[in-house]
Design a protein around this ligand. Structure first.
Ligand code: UD1
Ligand code: UDP
Length: 389
């Protein structure tokens, strides 16, 4: 069976990489990879970490690109690739414009689509924007839907998607995190990261920050930066923020936070040093989807600087809280966790509601069947736990 995996951004790369590796190792599959290059540097480092050499690269990224230009460039670029490759299935991942445009391109070519990380919903088209709509479109088009959790499957069922097309697999991000955690334990690599980050004062508590959502451009990101500035007045914290290269994020963040003694604005990190830093962090402030899934597995408290989340499982497990984008709420909630040891302890219990590291194997098995048998359904309960790394 010939599978064409299409992805284009950093998180898609991280979450598709272990699946692409596994597909390539199967004798009865021919695995082909097309990257759109919606992200350039941030995607290339992921390809390097996992040793993936794409068969096609559309190289579409432009500075400050718009959703319209991404959509049209991916659709146009994929037309020829899909015609040449003639895949039995196209696989796409998650919520990005690459994913939505790739699913449309496959639909126009009458090639069935498998959606990895299907069924995530907030129910709010404005948040995350435009990812909520991207997910709805991809799920509607897909023939096979790989839902990471029981609640994401429930979301699909409530939209009348047939149960026989849905497999609950766990999230491939945990497969990727297992691979990365093993690598990060290697003494030579660990020593190199300790050296790389020797400038961070280890006598202070490290707060790791990421923020890049489109719905936070403007006021949201200004508020986030202002909360961080206020937090930096404490002398017991060291704030480390790998800044997304989008100019709508980079400019306001640098304006507010450059030059502060205990705030380190750094380039986006490669995946392995980022996993190392998540592990070293005392707590994490983020609006990322992937980080919300990884940090609970590492036992790190997470405050989500968004108004909604499509990942309610870790909130229910008590390791993640949604705090919105008001500067006061971000500051007050972070301070509470920093100053209340019992509260910190409750947030810091390692939980793993998103996977057990075997999601890729379940996806491969479901692809092999071509349809999803009831016995392939993975999780009967609403969540599951495995020991964290
Ligand atoms: C996109 C996805 C979002 C995903 C996020 C991960 C959509 C609509 N959004 O948002 O779902 O969570 O990626 O980060 O698909 N840039 C670079 N180098 C890079 C990457 C980005 O310079 O390697 C800059 C460019 O100026 C680019 C801009 O960032 O134009 C925005 O990138 P884009 O992919 O359009 O949006 P994201 O905010 O990254
Ligand atoms: N990540 C990374 N380097 C960084 C920040 C994040 O490798 O400097 C990883 C992180 O571990 C997670 C993924 O990137 O797996 C999340 O990507 P992002 O926040 O861009 O997108 P989202 O998850 O919100 O779609």
């Amino acid at each position: 069976m010939r599978i064409l995996s299409i992805f284009g951004t950093r998180p898609e790369g991280i979450k598709m990489a272990p699946l692409v590796q596994m597909l390539a190792a199967q004798e009865d599959f021919e695995s082909r990879v097309c990257v759109t290059g919606q992200h350039r540097e941030m995607l290339d480092q992921v390809l390097d970490v996992f040793g993936i050499v794409p068969d096609h690269d559309l190289s579409i990224m432009r500075p400050n690109q718009t959703l319209t230009t991404i959509m049209t460039a991916v659709l146009e670029g994929l037309q020829g690739v899909i015609a040449d490759e003639k895949p039995d299935y196209v696989l796409v991942h998650g919520d990005t414009t690459t994913s939505m445009a790739a699913a449309m391109a496959a639909f126009y070519a009458r090639v069935p689509v498998g959606h990895v990380e299907a069924g995530l919903r907030t129910g709010n088209m404005d948040s995350p924007w435009p990812e909520e709509m991207n997910r709805c479109v991809v799920d509607r088009i897909s023939s096979l839907l790989f839902a990471p959790t029981a609640s994401s499957r429930q979301n699909l069922l409530s939209e009348s998607i047939d149960n026989s097309r849905i497999a609950v697999t766990g999230n491939t991000v945990i497969d990727a995190l297992h691979i990365a955690s093993q690598k990060v334990k290697e003494p030579a690599l660990r020593a190199s990261f300790e050296k790389k980050f020797a400038g961070f004062d280890s006598s202070r508590r490290l707060i790791l920050v990421t923020a890049h959502r489109r719905e936070s451009f403007g006021e949201g990101i200004v508020n986030i930066a202002s909360a961080l500035k206020r937090l930096a007045q404490r002398d017991d914290v060291e704030i480390v923020y790998p800044v997304h290269p989008n100019p709508n994020i980079k400019r306001p963040v640098e304006e507010a936070l450059s030059g502060l003694r205990n705030v380190h604005l750094i380039e986006p990190l490669d995946y392995l040093p980022f996993v190392y830093l998540m592990d070293r962090a005392h707590m994490i402030l983020t609006d990322s989807g992937g980080v919300q899934e990884e940090a609970p597995a590492l036992g790190k408290p997470v405050l989500v600087m968004r108004d909604t989340t499509e990942r309610p499982e870790a909130v229910a497990a008590g390791t993640v809280a949604i705090v919105g984008t008001s500067a006061q709420a971000i500051y007050a909630n972070t301070t509470r966790i920093l100053d209340d040891a019992a509260l910190y302890g409750r947030f810091a219990r390692a939980q793993n509601p998103y996977g057990d590291g075997k999601a890729c194997a379940r996806i491969v098995a479901a692809l092999r069947q071509g349809a999803i048998a009831p016995e392939a359904q993975f999780m009967p309960a609403t969540s599951f736990k495995v020991a964290a790394e």
